[in-house]
Design a protein around this ligand. Structure first.
Ligand SMILES: Cc1cc2nc3c(=O)[nH]c(=O)nc-3n(C[C@H](O)[C@H](O)[C@H](O)COP(=O)(O)OP(=O)(O)OC[C@H]3O[C@@H](n4cnc5c(N)ncnc54)[C@H](O)[C@@H]3O)c2cc1C
Length: 474
C-alpha cells in the first residue's frame, strides 16, 4: 500500500504551521549598511545543520536569513559526495531536524510516499534517500539557500556587523553569522605526515573524491577502523580491488558505541551545564573508547575473502617504490597500489581561508583549560571554547569583539555544548538553542527601537464608549 503522497503531507504541514502560528511574525528592525539591506543572520553551509538553524530562526520570526553554500544544489554535505555507506548508521525513527513538527520528520516524508507497511519493512535509511529528504525539507520550509556561493573571507566591521566576501567580488553584510560549515568547518581532514612527500595519485583521504573505478584489480590499503574506513574498504572491494588490507592501530576493534548508550534529553540539555572537567571527562572517555564501525559496514568488508584486517598494526611510513607504494607498518611492509587514509578530521583554523582575520583571536580550550593528567587529547584541546549561544570567545578580551556575533554551529562545538551540532539525534535541540539565543541578543541590541515602537503603538482596544457616561463617577 502506498502513502498519502507528498502534496497531501505538505498540505498537512502547512496546516500544522498555521495551528501553531508559525513562522512567528517578523519583528527584527531592518538595517542598512552603506544603503544596502543588512541580513539579520547569515549561515555558511546548507547541510543538515544549516537547514535546521535557518528554519529555527525563521520560525522564531527572524526573517532576513541568508544561507550560503559553495556546493551545487542537492550536493551539500557528505551524503551523495564522499559518504560511501549504503545506509545511515542512525536508527530510522529519529526526529532529526524536524524542530518538533511531526509532518516534517523523515518518517512522515517516507510514509507519505511508500506507506506505513513499507516503513515497518525499512531497515535503515539509504543515504541517497536521506539526501532526498533534506532536499524536500529545504523546499517545503522555503529555506533561503544560495548555492554555488563560497564565503572566502569573514570581515569584522567597525560598526559591529560582519561582512562576508563571496566569490566574484560580491559581498554581504550581516548582524550575526552562523558557521554551519560541517565536520571539517574549522579545519580539514587529517592526513598523517608520512603521506605528504608521496605523489597524491597513490593515496587519498576518505573525505576526498576518489575514482574507485581506477582501483579495479589493484592492491588497496585502508588506514583506520571507523565507519568511513569500512565503507571505503567495501567500496574498493565492490569495484574489484584485487586485495584489501586494513591497518588498525589498536589490538581489537571497538565494539560498544559508548556515548549513544547514555543518549537522553538529560544529556542533550544538561551537557552544556557540566563543569568543564566533567565535559572533558565524558568526551575523553567516549573518545578513548572510540566509536565502532557499524556492523553492516564491517560485514560488507569481511564477506570478501581477499580482505585482510591487520589489528595492532600502526602505520609508520609510506614511500613510492616501482609503480606503487610501500606502506611501512608495525607488522611489516606492504606493497600496494593505493592507500586510503580514513583518519578523520581536525580543528586547524589556519587551514580555513575564510577564517583568516578572526582565527588568531579565537579562544580554544587549550588556551584556558589545562589538560587533566592521563586524559590528554589533542582533539579536545583544540576545540573552540564557546559561549552558551555557540559564539566564539576572544583569546584576549577586546581584540576582536565581533567573535561574540559569530556562532560555531558545527561538530567542533561538541566539547562546549554536547552533541547538538552535527549528528542527527539532537540537531533540532541545537538549532533551537542557537535560534533563541540569537533572537534574545537581537532584541536586547535593538531595545531603543523596540521601546520607540512601544511608545508609538496607539491602536486602542477600548473605544471609550464602553461605560455609559452617567455611570462614570466624577
Ligand atoms: C560519511 C559520513 C556519514 C555520516 N553518517 C551519519 C549518521 O548515520 N548519523 C548521524 O547522526 N550522523 C552521521 N554523520 C555525521 C553528520 O550527520 C554529518 O556530518 C552531517 O553532514 C553534518 O551536517 P552539517 O550540516 O554539520 O555539515 P555538512 O553536511 O558537511 O554541510 C556543511 C556545508 O557547508 C558548506 N561550506 C563549508 N564551508 C563553506 C564556505 N566557506 N562557503 C560556502 N559553503 C561552505 C559545504 O559545502 C557543506 O555543504 C555522518 C558523517 C559522515 C562524514
Amino acid at each position: 500500500m502506498s502513502g498519502i503522497g507528498l502534496p497531501a503531507l505538505e498540505a498537512r504541514l502547512r496546516q500544522d504551521l498555521e495551528y501553531l502560528e508559525l513562522p512567528a511574525k517578523p519583528w527584527v528592525p531592518e538595517r542598512l549598511a552603506e544603503g544596502r539591506p543588512v541580513v539579520d543572520v547569515a549561515v555558511i553551509g546548507a547541510g543538515m545543520a544549516g537547514l535546521a538553524a535557518a528554519t529555527a530562526l525563521r520560525l522564531d520570526g527572524i526573517e532576513r536569513v541568508s544561507v550560503l553554500d559553495r556546493a551545487v544544489e542537492g550536493q551539500e554535505g557528505p551524503w551523495v559526495t564522499y559518504a560511501r555507506m549504503e545506509t545511515l548508521r542512525s536508527p530510522k525513527g529519529l526526529a532529526g531536524p524536524a524542530l518538533g513538527l511531526p509532518s516534517l520528520t523523515f518518517r512522515a516524508f517516507f510514509e507519505a510516499q511508500h506507506g506505513a507497511a513499507a516503513w515497518e519493512d525499512l531497515g535503515k535509511i539509504p543515504r541517497g534517500m536521506w539526501m532526498d529528504y533534506l532536499n524536500w525539507y529545504r523546499r517545503v520550509m522555503a529555506v533561503p539557500v544560495r548555492n554555488g556561493v563560497e564565503v572566502s573571507l569573514i570581515r569584522p566591521r567597525e560598526d559591529g556587523m560582519i561582512e562576508l566576501d563571496l566569490a566574484h567580488g560580491e559581498s554581504l553584510v550581516c548582524r550575526r553569522l552562523v558557521l554551519a560549515s560541517g565536520r571539517d568547518g574549522l579545519g580539514g581532514h587529517f592526513v598523517p605526515e608520512m603521506a605528504r612527500g608521496v605523489d597524491h595519485r597513490f593515496w587519498a583521504h576518505s573525505r576526498e573524491e576518489i575514482d574507485f573505478a581506477q582501483l579495479r584489480g589493484k592492491r588497496v590499503g585502508v588506514v583506520g577502523a571507523g565507519a568511513s574506513a569500512m565503507d571505503n574498504a567495501a567500496t574498493a572491494l565492490e569495484v574489484g580491488a584485487s586485495s584489501l588490507h586494513m591497518f588498525v592501530r589498536r589490538a581489537v576493534l571497538p565494539r560498544v558505541n559508548k556515548f549513544t548508550g547514555i543518549g537522553s534529553q538529560g544529556v542533550v540539555h544538561g551537557f552544556a551545564g557540566l563543569p568543564d572537567e566533567w565535559k572533558w571527562r565524558f568526551l575523553h572517555y567516549a573518545g578513548a573508547a572510540q566509536t565502532p564501525p557499524p556492523r553492516d559496514s564491517t560485514m560488507r568488508v569481511s564477506r570478501h575473502p581477499h580482505a585482510y584486517l591487520h589489528l595492532g598494526c600502526p602505520v609508520t611510513g609510506l614511500r613510492e617504490e616501482g609503480r606503487g607504494v610501500v606502506l611501512e607498518t608495525a607488522g611489516g611492509e606492504f606493497a600496494l597500489d593505493f592507500v586510503i587514509f580514513a583518519t578523520g578530521f581536525r580543528v586547524a583554523l589556519e587551514e580555513r581561508p575564510e577564517l583568516a582575520l578572526i582565527a588568531p583571536h579565537i579562544r580554544l580550550w587549550r588556551d584556558r583549560f589545562p589538560q587533566p593528567p592521563r586524559q590528554e587529547s589533542e582533539e579536545l584541546a583544540t576545540s573552540p571554547d564557546l559561549a552558551p549561544d555557540f559564539a566564539f570567545q576572544e583569546k584576549v578580551l577586546g581584540e576582536c569583539s565581533a567573535l561574540s556575533r559569530i556562532h560555531a554551529f558545527n561538530y567542533p562545538a561538541t566539547l562546549s555544548h554536547g552533541k547538538l551540532t552535527g549528528d542527527i539525534p539532537a540537531i533540532s535541540a541545537g538549532a533551537q538553542r542557537l535560534s533563541r539565543a540569537i533572537a534574545a541578543a537581537l532584541f536586547v541590541e535593538d531595545r531603543e527601537t523596540h521601546f520607540e515602537r512601544l511608545v508609538a503603538y496607539d491602536t486602542p482596544e477600548l473605544l471609550g464608549d464602553e461605560w455609559p457616561e452617567r455611570e462614570v463617577a466624577a
